[in-house]
Design a binder for this molecule. Structure first.
Ligand SMILES: Cc1cc2nc3c(=O)[nH]c(=O)nc-3n(C[C@H](O)[C@H](O)[C@H](O)COP(=O)(O)O)c2cc1C
Length: 201
């Protein structure tokens, strides 16, 4: 057992409880809850205190479907050809299905965007993403990073519709919603320690 006090333990338990959720109820996430998520996100560490993040919140089902379909089309046009892709068959089959929504029918998609000019903007955005996902988990909300959506946010039409200006790149697309059923935890390997040096004087 790790030596944790009560507060730290509850944070640790939240870390252990978080998992990627891929099945959602239709219930929408309200504005008060969204505010809490964004407040947690902007508390993340930020290189040179630049706070380079900006957020896009999409709760329009038809717009989410448009983005999902665009991402699927781009996947076939670009990603499909990459030799390093290990799960090609599995993903190809999934992406090929007209019914497959890359956002798993979640009611909300939050994009964490980073200012291109800021140093370490991507790192800052991912730290904000983890803050957000942990707080969501603590509030019994499910989340999942949807990396496969990223190519769609290079599309000029989609960027325009979402008011994403040229000085921002979308770093972390995260779906949020009320989980349907239960999600089993995914296993983790034990930490690989490359070096540890203890000097006892
Ligand atoms: C950068 C990144 C991109 C991801 N993209 C996707 C995605 O497009 N679709 C998806 O279902 N899960 C995606 N995931 C979720 C991972 O599959 C998941 O975190 C991993 O399998 C471990 O499971 P866990 O989050 O439940 O612990 C992504 C995760 C990360 C960090």
């Amino acid at each position: 057992m790790l030596p944790l006090d009560d507060t730290e333990k509850s944070i640790y338990e939240t870390i252990l409880a978080r998992r990627s959720v891929r099945s959602y109820q239709p219930q929408i996430v309200d504005d008060v809850t969204l505010c809490v998520l964004l407040e947690a996100a902007v508390r993340a560490p930020t290189a040179m205190h630049r706070e380079p993040w900006a957020f896009v919140i999409i709760q329009d089902k038809s717009l989410l479907l448009t983005i999902s379909n665009r991402a699927k089309a781009l996947y076939f046009a670009e990603e499909h050809q990459k030799e390093h892709h290990n799960n090609l068959t599995h993903f190809s089959q999934m992406f090929n299905s007209p019914d497959f929504n890359i956002f798993y029918d979640a009611s909300t998609l939050i994009l964490i965007c980073g200012k291109k000019s800021a140093p370490f903007a991507e790192a800052d955005c991912w730290l904000a993403a983890e803050n957000m996902m942990l707080v969501a988990c603590a509030m019994d909300l499910g989340t999942c990073v949807i990396g496969y959506a990223l190519p769609a946010f290079n599309d000029a039409d989609i960027r325009n519709r979402l008011s994403i200006t040229d000085d921002y790149q979308v770093v972390a697309p995260i779906i949020v919603g009320y989980q349907r059923g239960k999600t089993t935890p995914s296993p983790r390997k034990a930490p690989v320690i490359l070096f540890k040096n203890t000097v006892i004087n």
